[in-house]
Write a protein that binds this ligand. Structure first.
Ligand code: VG1
Ligand code: CO
Length: 542
């Protein structure tokens, strides 16, 4: 019943910031997925006797890929495969399930915020027994296995019915189909004050959640509508679709423009939020006010004690290096350790596992805590609702009070997408070579104080990760970061992260792009990026 198929290594199966991400058409070429999955098994020392969680964000090819992975797990003689009903599991729900069931790991099928469909993107992520994204030592071993693979093994059995929960025996393996939502919803009830949020809703508070036709629809309905009493129509684009309805499930003001229009209207609800393809990101919007992810992280750090799961305070906090320093200001005021890590949730794993950090976040709309080992979109939404249920004031007032207390870090990210990869790499390499000489020089209206090629020494396992972005500090309280994206599937994407600090109480209500004009000017002067990339303006500004 188990067939061994001869194969040869396929080039380019190297996991990036978050798993292996390729065009769907590439993933569907015969043997492509199989090679990578077999390399996961090989890279982790086999699957025999182990328990694996499997599920994905429902994008095109999700269900087919789940069938293949189940058959390959059976061939590898896994003891148990726990699969989300219909092949669905949000990334945070998968992380929770791995921990809850003591599984040895999980395979999550998602290209997250990248568009889906036959002409879109597909992805495979491997998470380890702590529920978190595999650390670099593991992804390196998997990649190495892809370069030496000679065979893969697959069970010859009919597809299983993914549509109903229950248990099936296949060879040595028990395949268990589970409801993807209930365990996750139960965890949320433990962490947050559902009574207070229910009372808020009952008092006429209006909420809108945009699931962007991605995986969070069923989760949002169960939690916000069924358990918290919000009206049915508060969840928009609630049905997961294989192509996300043609949309781009990236929760930022550009791609979630439908929600932004609702929230900026005269009769806007009190609170709006959106999530991404696999449910690990969040966007927070108040009536007439967009909250940057970096500010949201800082507000959560300052107020997490209002939620029952965090009422003993935070052990420490962490942010990715390009995320704004708003978090650091709260940490300093509260006497908390604050870590800066490379981009990608995998770098938070050790800090969370060892209790050094309770709360983590990224500027790309990822926020989460030690309740699981992934960022968690709905968790952030519930945290905000919990905070608002106690403060009973508009989001705009929460922000104004936060900035008055801590000052404001104006922040924006400019993305230059699908640019020529060689030109982008050259821009970074050339600037890297000049970094040491930059201190003291003026660019536009700003003066460089310090410049570095960011590298990270993990305080727990001592591993060092180099070349994680160019970071330039300016005398005028500003900072610039340039790095290349590790999640794209075509050309290169240059991310330019800019921030400038304004102390309260003056100058706290400017438009972000105007407040950042000096940093934008300095960036052009420093990097010559428009000429080098042949672009007049960024493709996406968030
Ligand atoms: C992007 C974000 C990063 C995030 C990663 C995965 O990576 O910048 O903060 O962790 O996506 O997010 P990059 O390398 O393109 O900048 V997701 O929602 O895919 O799980
Ligand atoms: Co995601």
């Amino acid at each position: 019943m188990i067939t061994t198929i001869a194969t040869t290594p396929i080039e380019g199966q190297k996991p990036g910031t978050s798993g292996l991400r390729k065009k769907t058409r590439v993933f569907r070429t015969p043997g492509y997925l199989e090679n990578f999955v077999q390399s996961i098994w090989n890279g982790i020392g086999g699957l025999q006797g182990k328990t694996l969680v499997v599920g994905g964000d429902g994008r095109f090819f999700n269900a087919d890929a789940v069938q293949i992975i189940i058959k390959m797990a059976v061939a590898a003689r896994a003891a148990k495969v726990i699969v989300g009903q219909d092949g669905l599991l949000s990334t945070p729900a998968a992380s929770n399930l791995i921990r809850l069931r003591g599984a040895d790991g999980g395979v999550i099928l998602s290209a997250s915020h990248n568009p889906g469909g036959l002409d879109g993107d597909f992805g495979v992520k491997f998470n380890t027994a702590n529920g978190g994204p595999a650390p670099e030592s593991v992804t390196d071993a998997i990649f190495k296995a892809t370069t030496t693979i000679t065979t893969y093994q697959i069970a010859e059995s009919p597809d299983i019915d993914l549509s109903s929960v229950g248990t099936i025996h296949l060879g040595d393996t028990v395949v268990e189909l589970v409801d993807p939502v209930s365990d996750y919803a139960a965890l949320m009830e433990q962490l947050f004050d559902f009574n207070a949020i229910r009372a808020l809703m009952a008092g006429g508070f209006r909420l809108r959640f945009d699931a962007m036709h991605a995986v969070t629809g069923p989760y949002a309905r169960e939690i916000l509508v069924n358990r918290l009493g919000a009206p049915e129509d508060c969840v928009m684009n609630a049905v997961p679709l294989p192509d996300f309805g043609g949309g781009h499930p990236d929760p930022n003001p550009v791609w979630a423009h439908e929600l932004m229009a609702v929230m900026m209207a005269d009769d806007a609800p009190d609170f709006g939020a959106a999530s991404d393809g696999d449910g690990d990101r969040n966007m927070i919007v108040g009536r007439g006010v967009y909250v940057t992810p970096s500010d949201s992280l800082a507000v959560i750090a300052a107020n997490a004690h209002l939620a029952p799961g965090y009422d003993k305070g935070l052990a420490g906090v962490a942010r990715s290096m390009p995320t704004s320093c708003a978090l650091d200001r709260v940490a300093q005021a509260c006497g908390l350790d604050c870590y800066a890590t490379p981009t990608g949730w995998k770098f938070f794993g050790n800090l969370l596992d060892t209790g050094r950090a309770t709360l983590c976040g990224e500027e790309s709309a990822g926020t989460g805590s030690d309740h699981i080992r992934e960022k968690d979109g709905l968790w952030a939404v519930l945290m905000w609702l919990n905070i608002l249920a106690h403060k009973r004031c508009p989001v705009a007032d929460v922000m104004a009070a936060h900035w008055r207390e801590f000052g404001r870090d104006y922040y924006s990210r400019h993305d230059y997408e699908e640019v020529d990869a060689a030109a982008a790499q050259e821009l970074i390499t050339d600037l890297r070579a000049r970094l040491d000489a930059l201190a003291g020089q003026d660019f536009g209206p700003l003066t460089v104080t310090q410049a570095e090629d960011f590298s990270y020494l993990d305080p727990v396992d001592g591993s060092v990760t180099v070349h994680q972005g160019l970071q330039i500090h300016f005398k005028q309280g500003a900072r610039l970061v340039l790095r290349l994206s590790g999640t794209g599937t075509a050309g290169a994407t240059l991310r330019v992260y800019m921030e400038r600090y304004a102390t309260g109480p003056e100058g706290l209500t400017q438009d972000a792009q105007s407040a950042l004009a000096p940093v934008i000017a300095a960036t052009d002067a420093l990097s010559d990026l428009k000429t080098r990339l042949g672009r007049e303006a960024p493709d996406v500004v968030t």
